[in-house]
Design a protein around this ligand. Structure first.
Ligand SMILES: *[C@@H]1O[C@H](CO)[C@@H](O)[C@H](O)[C@H]1NC(C)=O
Length: 377
């Protein structure tokens, strides 16, 4: 009994201590970097925000307010360097060897398996080669109608809400639009999220995004084995299974062969070393693209609208371009060509993405030593 208690209480501390000693020289090197004061063992875990937005603003606060450049943050045994210098970022992002994704991405494995976002090495390379053609500009044309129809509906909903003179969450509303579009275009499934916010797929995606953000900087929720026992981990797994059930039961097989489904078609007809992709591989890539395809567009749309709202003079210019291109059909649907001609809008969207990237951080992990500028000053 005492032995058991001792093990339960002290084993984790011993393990942490062991990791600490094993990595002593590297940790010492890391500690030369600036960063918020850290406590023994838990590091900065206690200072991490408790919600995704609090978390992000804490990381920004250290960078912008406290002025730490390329700073270190320890969350329990997880040692992170938040790289803020553009030159160092370029070094890392163009490196041919520093390509292993951080174990932050492991949290996505139960759901996304190892799709493009989470895979590395040869699997990433071969899958990337298969998938790239389905992002050819021309393929977008096939989805023009879906995007147009669903967006018209979205605008109608916005109009109704704005007449009510109540405050609403624009980004949240945008989620439902992008979910509808991605399910329709990548999977050929109509989930009609805009009319059905409680849809099981919609809820699963939302929970997933929230849980990953929070686990990334929470030492107890971080490791997969801990998360399994933790409530949010548990919930996520159930939702994942429901999502899986949705894929397998509710999607009629013949929809897969419809010519509009470029993405799924590509996956189904591709071969790697002479064999077709397994069902699991297809599942991984589809989940990945449903996740990436709607989450990034949601924040892109929401931030662009936010910037237009706070810059009325720019908004006026966007409007003038629409007037000029669409003429009498200002409230109707734009053709594919007309959208391609919206050059000013294109610039506005790109500038918004520059100011507010859709993905707040990317993470890499390495065991190798690198000699880059942050160490030399
Ligand atoms: C989205 O567009 C497609 C194609 O026009 C349509 O079948 C679907 O019902 C639309 N979904 C919503 C929620 O309007």
């Amino acid at each position: 009994m005492w032995f058991l208690l001792f093990t339960v209480l002290f084993a984790p501390i011993l393990v942490l201590f062991y990791i600490e000693v094993k990595n002593y020289s590297k940790v010492r090197q890391l500690n030369k970097l600036p960063g918020p004061p850290a406590l023994p063992i838990i590091g900065n875990a206690h200072q991490m925000g408790k919600t995704p937005s609090a978390l992000l603003s804490q990381l920004f606060k250290w960078w912008v307010d406290a002025g730490y450049q390329n700073y270190r943050v320890h969350v329990g045994p997880y040692r992170n360097i938040i790289v803020t210098d553009a030159k160092d970022l370029e070094y890392i992002l163009t490196s041919k060897t520093m390509i292993d994704k951080s174990d932050v991405y492991d949290m996505l494995h139960p759901w996304l398996g190892t799709g493009l976002l989470t895979s590395t090495g040869r699997k990433w390379y071969t899958h990337r080669k298969i998938i790239t053609p389905s992002f050819h500009f021309k393929i977008l044309q096939n989805f023009h109608e879906v995007m147009n129809k669903n967006s018209s509906k979205f605008i109608e909903i916005l109009r109704r809400v704005s007449e009510k003179d109540t405050i609403f969450d624009f980004q949240d509303m945008t989620h439902y639009l992008t979910m509808d579009v991605i399910c329709d275009t990548a999977m050929g499934v109509h989930i009609n999220a805009m009319d059905n916010h409680d849809n099981i797929v919609v809820q699963a995606f939302k929970d997933m995004c929230y849980n990953i953000n929070m686990r990334a900087f929470h030492p107890l929720k971080h490791p997969e084995s801990f998360a399994r026992f933790h409530k949010s981990g548990h919930k996520k797994r159930i939702e994942t299974r429901k999502l899986e059930a949705h894929y397998t039961n509710e999607t009629p097989a013949d929809e897969f062969s419809s010519k509009k489904l470029a993405f799924l078609d590509t996956l189904l007809s591709s071969t790697i070393d002479g064999r077709r992709l397994t069902q699991e591989e297809i599942y991984e890539e589809v989940s990945t693209f449903m996740f990436e395809g709607h989450d990034t567009t949601t924040s892109g749309v929401a931030f662009t609208i936010y910037l237009l709202a706070t810059h009325p003079e720019i908004q006026q210019k966007v409007y003038a371009e629409q007037e000029q291109l669409l003429g009498d059909n200002l409230k109707g649907e734009a053709t594919f060509q007309q959208i391609a001609d919206m050059q000013y809008l294109d610039m506005v969207i790109k500038e918004s993405l520059r100011l507010y990237p859709s993905v707040p951080f990317v993470a890499r992990q390495t065991d190798k030593d690198y000699d880059i500028s942050m160490w030399s000053s």
